[in-house]
Write a protein that binds this ligand. Structure first.
Ligand code: SF4
Ligand code: SF4
Length: 113
């Protein structure tokens, strides 16, 4: 499940630099995906590119955008439910240069106790 940003966003910009996958962009700004530029998914507030979001699986124990957002508007998108395996596979695709260790509680919110 990708994370999404709701219209409650106040455009503070805190989330963007925290994303390990460069999945967050400011409203109106084109995003990069697979070497190409694409039109913004939102004109007015920050947005997340679902194809680049791994819910921080592979990197952190929780969604970093949600952790820093002052108005709690980074939330799970119920229309994009994905397995931990799928999200981890995406993390590996996005970072082909990186050797990922096996997932554990520090690198997957699915494994939080
Ligand atoms: S959940 Fe993680 S990977 Fe997805 S947009 Fe937020 S910071 Fe980026
Ligand atoms: S941290 Fe929250 S309020 Fe700030 S830009 Fe990101 S989604 Fe919007």
């Amino acid at each position: 499940m990708s994370t999404k940003i709701t219209e409650e966003c106040i455009n503070c910009g805190a989330c963007e630099p925290e994303c390990p996958n460069t999945a967050i962009y400011a409203g109106g700004v084109q995003y990069e995906y697979e070497g190409k530029m694409h039109d913004a998914l939102s004109a007015d507030f920050y947005y997340i590119v679902p194809e680049k979001c791994t819910e921080c699986v592979g990197h952190f124990d929780q969604e970093q955008c949600a952790a820093v957002c002052p108005v709690d508007c980074c939330v799970p998108d119920p229309d994009r439910v994905e397995s931990e395996e799928a999200l981890f596979g995406r993390a590996k695709l996005i970072h082909p240069e990186r050797e990922f260790a096996q997932l554990g509680p520090a690198t997957s919110h699915f494994q939080k106790v």
